[in-house]
Design a protein around this ligand. Structure first.
Ligand code: GAR
Length: 200
């Protein structure tokens, strides 16, 4: 399965997917796309000789129509948002309907929505005094963090003393759950039963 990974920052989830390629030879990362001109995740992509694209209005960026053309010419079958912080434009959504997934560092439908990304999420979880947090992988629709949930894994945070500690525990899970679910897509093992998404 040919996939594109969208990023905005560090790229540790991108790296986790790339490092798991031996386990999942059927997953081929063909492009890394960012809303930034440059970001640490691009360095990861370049180490693996993967094409990178910046989307936006700045010099050196491509626009959304050009992005769609490029993704189509690469035969991209799945788009993975791994720390990508922008909304996906409707045109791209309709071209890749049901084929865009996102990883969120908390248990949706709590602690999601606009502005809830990265440490903002972990700070909110910490302030709420919640005793569990976790990871959600879900389909992407036209609003933040509202698409159908594909997979979740929780982690005990009852004894943490900082949001950073929550982030560390959650990220560790992200790095195994995301490659696992991407592999399941490649194997054709993600199905719907009624309104529920099932991982076989
Ligand atoms: C990850 O923790 C991911 O779950 C989060 O951004 C981080 C990116 O890290 N995504 C969101 O908060 C989306 N709402 P990475 O660049 O090292 O993969």
């Amino acid at each position: 399965m040919k996939i594109a990974i969208f990023v905005s920052g560090r790229g540790s989830n991108l790296k986790a997917i790339l490092d798991s390629r031996e386990n999942k030879p059927q997953v081929e990362v063909k492009a890394v796309v960012s809303d930034k001109i440059d970001c640490p995740a691009f360095t990861v992509a370049k180490q693996f000789s993967i094409l990178t694209y910046s989307v936006g209005n700045n010099y050196g960026c491509i626009n959304n129509d050009e992005l769609i053309k490029n993704l189509q010419s690469l035969d991209i079958e799945l788009i993975v948002l791994a720390g990508y912080l922008k909304l996906i434009p409707n045109k791209l959504l309709s071209f890749y309907k049901g084929k865009i997934i996102n990883i969120h560092p908390a248990l949706l439908p709590s602690f999601g929505g606009k502005g809830m990304y990265g440490m903002n999420v972990h700070k909110a979880v910490f302030e709420s005094s919640a005793k569990v947090s976790g990871v959600t992988i879900h389909f992407v629709d036209e609003t933040y963090d509202t698409g159908k949930i594909i997979a979740q894994q929780c982690v005990d945070i009852s004894n943490v003393v900082s949001p950073e500690e929550i982030a560390e525990r959650v990220l560790k899970i992200e790095h195994t759950l995301l490659p696992f679910i991407v592999g399941k897509f490649a194997e054709g093992k993600i199905d719907y039963v009624g309104n529920r998404v099932v991982v076989n």
